[in-house]
Write a protein that binds this ligand. Structure first.
Ligand SMILES: [Zn+2]
Length: 405
């Protein structure tokens, strides 16, 4: 029976013996790795004769372990934040400014790094959301509604206004580009906008802008915000695109605009993005064009990015520092953020009375309300809040509530 041959020409007993031998070999190898690894951790002068001999006897293992260590070192280096010194930064920004003056079609790609100055955590920086999760730490919920457009957002808005930048593609969901006053047609928010909920039952898709983070109850593949469309009673959903999802909403994602901009671009400036996600979107990089026909790539990021090798110039600096220098070099004034001009306040839709308890996130305080909170005249409050459908009614309700508490 034992000699019964199998299709591969081995008897059952032989096969078993072979499997056992393989297991033993694996176990031996594992032990060798442990042993050699432990010796390699010691300084050379501290190793005994016996250990030196052992290393000599296991050269393959030593090599494999050294390779692994090298890979770990590269990974570590890629995560490190580097800073160009002041002079380097100045020289590099001059070069960027010159390139921008020469360019016909400039497109900016932005990532979480441009919002860190607004205390929104980035993803892969040393304190980023992703890094913290990797280390098994809990994420502290920072109230995103507190954030205001940063100097970088304001510079970008201005550069678009003076026609030095044609389009902005952002992976941020914080809505700060729109709040800076950048027009919607010039923006693609590839991963959505936390202030916008939409009704996809309405045709065309109906968009509702809120003054609070609408994503409180939403998650991967679960997008209903819990509120309903005022027109068709359909479920409202958020616009956020999570890791592993494919964003199909026309707005605020504006993929068409992004692809067209990338196609036309002769200069792409990446600001504060690790590009690890953006690199996967083929249409942003036009890799089907020959290198000579592709846009020149300028990258501002503290950490390594997978596009560094393709970049004309890599600048290791904080976005706000680089943009401040760049604007000076270009002779363009940096506007300051002004709450009164923040379009979110005039475009937001107020909650109906029955919806008021539909969220618990902090609501953005309209500028009129901020001003009036220093004054005691309610009449003035209504006059100051004339522009929007929201703040006249919404604000006075909020104030009445506050008075009674
Ligand atoms: Zn609807």
């Amino acid at each position: 029976m034992a000699s019964q041959t199998q299709p591969n020409g081995l008897s059952r007993a032989e096969r078993k013996a072979l499997e056992k031998a393989k297991l033993v070999q694996k176990e031996t190898q594992r032990n060798n790795f442990k042993l050699v690894g432990r010796i390699l951790k010691k300084a050379e002068c501290e190793r005994t004769e016996e250990e030196h001999a052992l290393l000599k006897g296991h050269e393959d293992t030593v090599q494999e372990l050294s390779k692994r260590q090298a890979r770990r070192n590269i990974l570590k280096r890629k995560q490190e934040e580097l800073f160009d010194d002041e002079e380097d930064l100045r020289t590099k920004v001059k070069q960027l400014a010159e390139a921008m003056r020469q360019a016909r079609h400039v497109v900016i790609y932005t990532g979480a790094g441009i919002s860190t100055a607004a205390s929104i955590p980035d993803y892969r920086g040393p304190n980023g959301v992703w890094t913290q999760l990797q280390k098994g730490r809990a994420i502290r919920y920072t109230d995103l509604s507190e954030a205001e457009p940063t100097l970088t957002h304001m510079c970008i808005q201005m550069l678009h206004k003076v026609k030095m930048v044609q389009h902005v593609v952002s992976q941020n969901c914080d809505g700060l580009h729109l709040r800076s006053g950048l027009p919607r047609h010039a923006l693609s928010e590839l991963h959505g906008n936390m202030f916008i909920e939409v009704c996809v039952s309405c045709s065309p898709v109906r968009e509702v802008i809120r003054l609070f983070d609408v994503t409180e109850r939403t998650a991967l593949h679960r997008h209903a915000t819990g509120r309903r469309c005022a027109h068709c009673r359909g479920e409202l959903r958020d616009t956020i695109v999570h890791f592993g999802e494919r964003g199909t909403l026309e707005q605020p994602l504006n993929w068409k605009g992004a692809a067209k901009a990338a196609e036309q671009a002769d200069l792409i400036l990446c600001l504060g993005s690790s590009l690890k996600v953006l690199k996967k979107y083929a249409c942003l990089w036009c890799m089907n064009k020959t290198a000579a026909k592709r846009a020149n790539l300028y990258i501002v990021n503290l950490q390594w990015t997978p596009k560094d090798d393709l970049a004309t110039l890599k600048i290791h600096g904080k976005c706000d520092d680089v943009m401040r220098l760049l604007m000076k070099e270009l002779g363009v004034e940096i506007p300051t953020y002004n709450r009164f001009e923040d379009p979110i306040f005039s475009s937001a839709t107020s909650l109906r009375p029955d919806e008021e308890d539909s969220h618990s996130r902090k609501t953005l305080v309209p500028p009129a309300a901020m001003e009036v909170s220093n004054s005691d005249s309610t009449v003035q409050a209504d006059e100051a809040g004339v522009q929007g459908g929201w703040f006249g009614r919404g604000y006075s309700k909020a104030r009445k509530k506050r008075k009674t508490t």
